[in-house]
Design a protein around this ligand. Structure first.
Ligand code: MG
Length: 407
C-alpha cells in the first residue's frame, strides 16, 4: 500500500469499459494504467505495484476463474472486483480473501459506482479515526477495516482515554465508539465531546451489542451521527462510515463556499467577523491594497486585474499561511495576525519588498504592481482595530504609496 502514489490500475477485457473508467478516474486526478488480460497485468506488476487500488474484472480471456484477483492480492494490492454474476458464495469468497469491494457489472452505468468509491478512497487519506472499545479484538478488527480503505486509526480502550487521545490528536475527524466500557461509557464520552463546539466537525458512529431497543435513540440524542449494532459485517460498516465522511466533507465544502472568496481562495469578510470572534489576545491587524489597481485593470483588462489579485493572494499565503488572511473586497485585504507586532511588521515589510521586486506574467505581458499597508497592534474589537489599520493604510497612500505605516 502506498499513500504517496496517485496511480490506479484498471484491468478489463472490454476496451469500452477500460476507456470509460480511465476517463472518469483521470478526471478525479488519478494516473490510470490499463491492462486487458492476465498476461498484460503480469508485465505491468513487474514494473510497478504502487497502485492506490485496482479495479479488475473477475473473468479475463486468459484467466477465466479469477486468477488475476489472486495475483493482485498476492501483491498486497487493494482490489475492487467487477463481476458479471452476484452469488452469495462468490461475495463471501471475495470478502474473505480481502477484496475491498465488488461491483456487479451488468451494464456500463453500474460501473458508475466505482467513481464515488474512488473519490472516497482518495479523500480517506486525509481522515483520522479514533476507535474506542474495551475489547482489543474489536478495536483491531475495526482498525484493520478502516486502514484497508486508507483511513488512519488511533485506538482508545475507554471514554476517558478517548478524550485524552482527542486532545493529543486534533486532526481526528471520525470516532467509532462502543458504549459499555470501564471508566467512562461511550454515551458519556460523546456528551462530553459535544459540549465543545471545536469538535462539531467530528463525525461519531456509535456501536453496541446491547439488546436495549432504545440504544439508537440514546446515542443520537447524546450527539452521535449514526449507530450500528454489533455484530455487523464489513459492508455495513463501510456504508455508514462512507456516508458520514461524505456528509462531513459536503458540509465543509458548503462552509468554504459561504466563507471563502471564489477567485483567490482566501477567507472573506464574513468569516473574519463571524467565525474569528470578537476579542482575541495579542492580535495584530493589517489592511493592505494594491496601489493604482484601477490602472492595472485599465491597462491589462479585468483578466489582468484578476491575475494581479491571484498573485497577491499567493504572496499573502506564502508569507502569512499560518495566519488568517481575508479578501475584504476589490483589491483590499486584511491579515489577522497572532504574535509580536514587531515580527509582524518585519514580515509585512519583507512581503512588500518581495512584491515590488516581482512581476505577474499575463498573456505575454508583464504586470508590475506595489502595495500599501496599514498595521496596528492596539487593543480593541476587531472592528476598532480594522478602522485604525485602515486609517494608517490611507496615510500610506497619502505619503506616496508602496510602504508600510504602523504608527
Ligand atoms: Mg464494551
Amino acid at each position: 500500500m502506498n499513500r504517496s502514489s496517485n496511480s490506479v490500475l484498471v484491468i478489463d477485457g472490454s476496451r469500452i469499459f477500460r476507456n470509460y473508467l480511465s476517463t472518469h478516474l483521470s478526471a478525479l486526478g488519478f494516473k490510470v494504467f490499463v491492462c486487458q488480460d492476465l498476461a498484460e497485468t503480469k508485465q505491468t506488476l513487474e514494473v510497478r505495484t504502487d497502485f492506490v487500488f485496482v479495479v479488475s474484472c473477475y473473468h479475463l480471456l486468459d484467466a477465466e476463474d479469477g486468477e488475476v484477483i489472486d495475483l493482485l492480492l498476492e501483491n498486497n494490492l487493494k482490489v475492487v472486483v467487477l463481476t458479471a454474476k452476484f452469488e452469495q458464495e462468490t461475495r463471501q469468497e471475495f470478502l474473505k480473501k480481502g477484496v475491498l469491494d465488488y461491483i456487479l457489472k451488468d451494464s456500463l452505468s453500474s460501473v458508475q459506482y466505482v467513481i464515488p468509491f474512488a473519490k472516497r478512497i482518495k479523500n480517506n487519506q486525509f481522515h483520522h479515526a479514533l476507535v474506542v472499545d474495551d475489547s482489543a479484538m474489536m478495536r483491531r478488527t475495526i482498525c484493520q477495516l478502516l486502514e484497508s480503505q486508507y483511513i488512519r486509526t488511533i485506538q482508545a480502550c475507554n471514554g476517558e482515554e478517548a478524550l485524552q487521545q482527542l486532545t493529543n490528536n486534533p486532526h481526528i475527524s471520525l470516532i467509532i465508539s462502543d458504549n459499555y466500557m470501564p471508566e467512562m461509557t461511550g454515551l458519556e464520552m460523546i456528551r462530553e465531546i459535544r459540549r465543545h463546539s471545536i469538535h462539531d466537525d467530528i463525525s461519531i458512529l456509535g456501536l453496541s451489542g446491547s439488546d436495549d431497543k432504545t440504544m439508537t435513540a440514546q446515542y443520537l440524542k447524546a450527539g452521535a451521527n449514526d449507530f450500528l449494532h454489533k455484530p455487523f459485517n464489513q459492508e455495513e460498516l463501510f456504508c455508514r462510515v462512507n456516508q458520514l465522511l461524505n456528509m462531513q466533507e459536503a458540509t465543509k465544502e458548503l462552509f468554504k463556499l459561504a466563507n471563502q472568496d471564489a477567485l483567490t481562495g482566501l477567507w472573506n469578510r464574513r468569516y473574519l467577523f463571524d467565525t474569528i470572534g470578537k476579542n482575541v489576545a495579542d492580535r495584530c491587524i493589517a489592511m493592505l491594497d494594491i496601489d493604482f489597481f484601477k490602472k492595472v485593470n485599465d491597462n491589462y483588462g479585468h483578466d489582468g486585474g484578476d491575475a494581479a489579485l491571484t498573485h497577491i493572494s499567493g504572496m499573502l499565503k506564502a508569507f502569512f499561511g499560518d495566519q488568517i488572511v481575508a479578501r475584504f473586497g476589490g483589491e483590499e485585504f486584511c491579515i489577522h495576525y497572532r504574535g509580536e507586532f514587531e515580527k509582524f511588521c518585519k514580515q509585512l515589510e519583507r512581503m512588500r519588498r518581495c512584491i515590488e521586486a516581482d512581476h505577474v506574467e499575463h498573456q505575454g505581458q508583464v504586470i508590475k504592481y506595489t502595495i500599501s499597508i496599514g498595521a496596528t497592534s492596539m487593543e480593541g474589537t476587531l472592528g476598532e482595530q480594522i478602522k485604525v489599520a485602515d486609517m494608517r493604510l490611507y496615510k500610506a497612500k497619502e505619503s506616496g504609496r508602496n510602504q508600510l505605516i504602523n504608527s
